[in-house]
Design a binder for this molecule. Structure first.
Ligand SMILES: Nc1ncnc2c1ncn2[C@@H]1O[C@H](COP(=O)(O)OP(=O)(O)OP(=O)(O)O)[C@@H](O)[C@H]1O
Ligand SMILES: [Mg+2]
Length: 260
């Protein structure tokens, strides 16, 4: 488990930025649009994430974050536009776990499904032991999932997403409902994966979390990408408007100035 201090993340960010510049995106959406019942949820959005990069997707309720993530994951089809990239895993907000089955039984169930679907050649039992090690949950292997903390349940949820060895992990509001300590542990687990070159894109309503753990922030509002850059760049966008201090204030001022 890597140390979770800010300096660790910053060093990792610098390393990743250097790496990203010279490489093709791991996953990209070009001019992606999607409407539901005639109402536009996404209106021609561009998005990309580089190999090993961590990107946060923020924006008001209904902005289109989940819609974009599900299109990137390939589980929802855009009306127009393209998605390029492969090896993508989608971790939905609601963990699809069987609460009365143990951690090991849940992992075994999904390992078998993925194995039988030809998504991995790894033997299910071997996969289960590897995922128990990765999540740090070996000691809880025989406990019903429903007895675990929210943070530990989310680890099991993410471990299932990792079974097919994805190169991009898409997480929809992964830390909702977690206390700060659980949240920090979850992120040190997720960012430990980035060390292997896995890209991470996550949505969140916690602006501090976006700044702390992502090297780049994308803001969606009413189906449009209205910002793409670093937290400091987002701050400087609104400096003229008098926003200082925390990123959440800058974010709110940024949206207000643009009529959202
Ligand atoms: N399956 C669906 N059927 C109809 N409308 C949908 C569907 N999924 C999303 N929408 C609509 O598309 C828009 C974007 O929704 P989406 O869930 O992507 O937003 P979000 O940014 O994830 O919001 P939140 O922060 O609340 O999770 C909303 O207006 C929503 O009502
Ligand atoms: Mg959503």
């Amino acid at each position: 488990m890597p140390p979770a201090g800010a300096s660790f993340f910053r060093r990792r960010v610098q390393g990743n930025l250097l790496k990203v510049k010279s490489q093709e995106p791991a996953l990209a959406a070009r001019e992606v649009s999607k409407s539901f019942d005639g109402r536009e949820a996404l209106g021609g959005v561009d998005f990309e994430v580089g190999p090993g990069e961590v990107v946060a997707l923020i924006g008001p309720n209904g902005a289109g974050k989940t819609t974009l993530l599900s299109i990137l994951a390939g589980i929802s089809k855009p009306d127009s536009g393209q998605v390029e990239g492969h090896g993508v895993a989608w971790v939905p907000q609601q963990a699809a776990l069987y609460r009365r089955l143990t951690v090991r039984e849940n992992l075994l169930l999904f390992a078998r499904l993925q194995h039988d679907a030809g998504l991995t050649s790894e033997a299910p039992q071997t996969m289960v032991e590897r995922m128990l090690g990765l999540t740090g949950l070996s000691a809880r292997a025989d406990d019903p999932v429903g007895t675990l903390s929210g943070g530990n349940q989310q680890r099991v949820n993410i471990a299932i997403g990792l079974m097919a060895g994805p190169s991009v992990l898409l997480l929809d509001e992964p830390s909702v409902g977690l206390d700060p300590a659980q949240r920090e542990r979850l992120w040190s687990f997720v960012l430990g994966l980035v060390g292997d070159g896995t890209s991470v894109t996550f949505s969140t309503h916690d602006i501090g979390e976006a700044e702390r753990y992502a090297e780049r922030i994308v803001v969606l509002a009413e189906g449009e990408r209205v910002f793409n850059g670093t937290a400091d760049e987002l701050r400087s966008e609104v400096e003229a408007g008098g926003a200082t201090g925390d990123l959440e204030s800058s974010f709110l001022a940024f949206l207000r100035e643009r009529g959202h």
